[in-house]
Write a protein that binds this ligand. Structure first.
Ligand code: TXA
Ligand code: MG
Length: 355
């Protein structure tokens, strides 16, 4: 057990001394959690195999699930990949710093453990002053998965990080809430047309504006678990974003969804289960169950994305047995939200009103 240092920092202009403390840990092969615009990441020097191995251990992540390498400058990418193509340049110019992770061919400097032995590497430049200060001051590329225990919802506050990792990591830079609340979009540009492997903070519709052609990998929109041979990103096959409670997602037209959520809640409550409903501002008053939470208004999918992981964690604090979640429109950030909900449910999806 280590003592985990909590470093509160200003989110716009992080204090030099505090960044300095975090930088020292990184340079010495330690583990530091830090905020990005999406979720908190758990950072280690990406080129230090020992540090990266301890990162996998700290979050109990299976070694076959590769990490995203975070850079402080666009020029750092040329060390990590074999060749920076015009398409890569265009995407970096349009979306960085920001919530877009690019899958590229890797160079030889990357230790195998960082990329789980693959011949590709995931790279992104985060849009957050604290993240950028940490990366730039350390002079390292920083490998950083989300700073949660493997399988748990990603952390959107430093407290969430501590709930999972206190005593397992060296420090947390605390700059409050993360702005977006779901992880970055993962775009594989080693294939043609490029493929979205994980929908996230950069909406598909934005990518379409820059790329002539771009596809959504079936898992990004999957309504059921894919066979192993359809899995392109190792992360796709692991259970994810799951609170302790069982999750059921109810999909369909809104009024049918509300009726179905009510019906299912009654069934579970009659069986003696403690039921949580994940609703929206428009529907939250309809439910009479043990715990009801609203993600926000259906008219503002950004707010829904921002609240999602926090609410999944809150249901666990209330010790509900089952969470019944309304679906939301799968457009813009809504696609990322639906992807996380479906995965959290282990693809327990109920269709309301039939098709
Ligand atoms: O917003 C984010 O992306 C956050 C913040 C901290 O930057 N990070 C994050 O990392 O979500 P993580 O490790 O939780 O998710 C990385 C995803 C996993 O699904 C992983 O399988 C995939 O990216 N990935 C990493 N390297 C890959 C590669 N070479 N090919 C395909 N998928 C890859
Ligand atoms: Mg993660």
């Amino acid at each position: 057990m280590k003592r985990t240092l909590l470093l509160k920092v200003d989110s716009q202009e992080p204090e030099t001394e505090k960044i300095g403390v975090a930088v020292d840990f990184i340079k010495r092969g330690g583990l530091v959690a830090f905020p990005t615009e999406t979720v908190y990441g758990l950072g280690a020097d990406a080129l230090n195999p020992k540090a990266v191995r301890s990162l996998f251990e700290a979050k109990r992540r299976p070694l076959d699930n590769p990490l995203i390498v975070h850079v402080g400058y666009v020029k750092d990418v040329s060390r990590l990949t074999k060749k920076v193509s015009p398409k890569t340049e265009r995407l970096m110019k349009s979306f960085w710093p920001g919530p877009l992770t690019l899958i590229l061919r890797r160079s030889e400097v990357i230790p195998d453990v960082t990329v789980a032995g693959l011949d590709t590497i995931a790279v992104r430049m985060p849009r957050h002053s604290v993240a950028l200060a940490l990366i730039r001051e350390s002079g390292c590329s920083i490998a950083a998965p989300s700073a949660n225990l493997a399988g748990k919802p990603s952390p959107t506050t430093a407290q969430h990080v501590l709930d999972d990792l206190d005593g397992r990591i060296d420090a947390v830079l605390d700059a409050g809430w993360t702005r977006i609340g779901v992880e970055s979009t993962v775009l594989d540009i080693t294939v043609d047309p490029p493929q979205v492997l994980r929908p996230g903070g950069t909406p598909y519709e934005e990518l379409e504006k820059i790329l002539r052609r771009v596809e959504l990998h079936p898992v990004a929109i999957a309504e059921k678990e894919l066979a192993t041979n359809e899995v392109r990103s190792p992360g796709m096959k692991h259970r994810h974003y799951a609170p302790d409670a069982d999750v059921i997602v109810v999909e369909g037209e809104l009024s049918a969804v509300v009726s179905k959520v009510k019906e299912l809640s009654e069934v579970y409550m009659r069986k003696g289960s403690k039921v949580g409903v994940l609703a929206t501002d428009e529907t939250v008053d309809y439910y009479m169950v043990n715990v009801v939470r609203s993600l926000g208004s259906r008219r503002n999918l950004a707010v829904i994305a921002k609240n999602l992981f926090r609410l999944l964690r809150e249901f666990d604090l209330e010790s509900v047995d089952v969470i019944i979640a309304e679906s939301i429109p799968a457009e813009g950030l809504g696609l990322a939200v639906m992807n996380r909900l479906r995965k959290a449910s282990g693809y327990k999806i109920v269709r309301a009103g039939g098709r």
